[in-house]
Design a protein around this ligand. Structure first.
Ligand code: GRF
Length: 215
């Protein structure tokens, strides 16, 4: 599948996706063909250039027709949001129904929704007293952070945690879970219908909890 990625920040998720697909070589179920970011200084564009992937600044992220035309020009078959902070216009979500994915650094539906991104999420988790946080990969629909969930992995919250330390722990999980979910959707192992029927997480995406946090 031809994968387009929208990012806003440093692009560490983009890097993890590129690395995972490169590791699979010929067996990769998809390849990143285009990267867009709303700021010309976004690290994601630098990473795309280094990986020799077509990339652009998305000057009008709220202009659904323009974004859709750009995605179609790139032959996009799967749209991946990787640290993308803007709302994807409904025109695009509808045109790519069941083929837009997002990663959120908490266990949705908790700690999600408009304005909940970056360290704000982790500060809210810590303030709540929750002892588990984690990462959610989900399909994107017109409602912010409310599409069908594909997979979630847990991360412990320690008493000593700051939003930054918890954020780092969750980001490491994102880098492991997101590429595997993207590959699963690109290969057809996971579909929106199955996710909406909450058929559970395929065994291949179960938390490798133990080896993530050696005692
Ligand atoms: C991080 O807060 C991550 O949790 C979220 O987007 C932010 C930046 O990600 N998914 P990236 O390094 O730009 O991929």
């Amino acid at each position: 599948m031809r994968i387009a990625v929208l990012a806003s920040g440093g692009g560490s998720n983009l890097a993890a996706i590129l690395d995972h697909l490169a590791l699979q070589g010929e067996r990769a179920p998809g390849q990143v063909v285009w990267v867009g970011a709303t700021k010309s200084t976004a690290g994601a564009l630098t990473r795309a250039a280094a990986a020799r992937v077509a990339h652009d600044v998305v000057a009008a992220p709220d202009d659904g027709d323009a974004l859709l035309a750009t995605l179609r020009d790139a032959g996009t078959e799967l749209l991946v949001l990787a640290g993308y902070l803007r709302h994807v216009p409904a025109t695009v979500v509808r045109a790519f129904r069941g083929r837009v994915l997002n990663v959120h650094p908490a266990l949705l539906p908790a700690f999600g929704g408009a304005g909940m991104y970056g360290e704000r999420v982790h500060a809210a988790v810590i303030a709540s007293g929750a002892k588990l946080s984690g990462v959610t990969v989900h399909f994107v629909n017109e409602e912010y952070d409310r599409g069908a969930i594909i997979a979630q992995w847990p991360a412990p919250v320690f008493a000593s945690d700051t939003p930054a330390s918890l954020g780092q722990r969750v980001l490491r999980l994102e880098h492991r879970l997101y590429p595997r979910c993207i590959a699963a959707v690109a290969s057809g192992l996971i579909t929106l219908d199955a996710a909406e029927r909450a058929q559970g997480v395929p065994a291949s995406l179960q938390p490798e909890f133990i080896d993530l946090f050696p005692s």
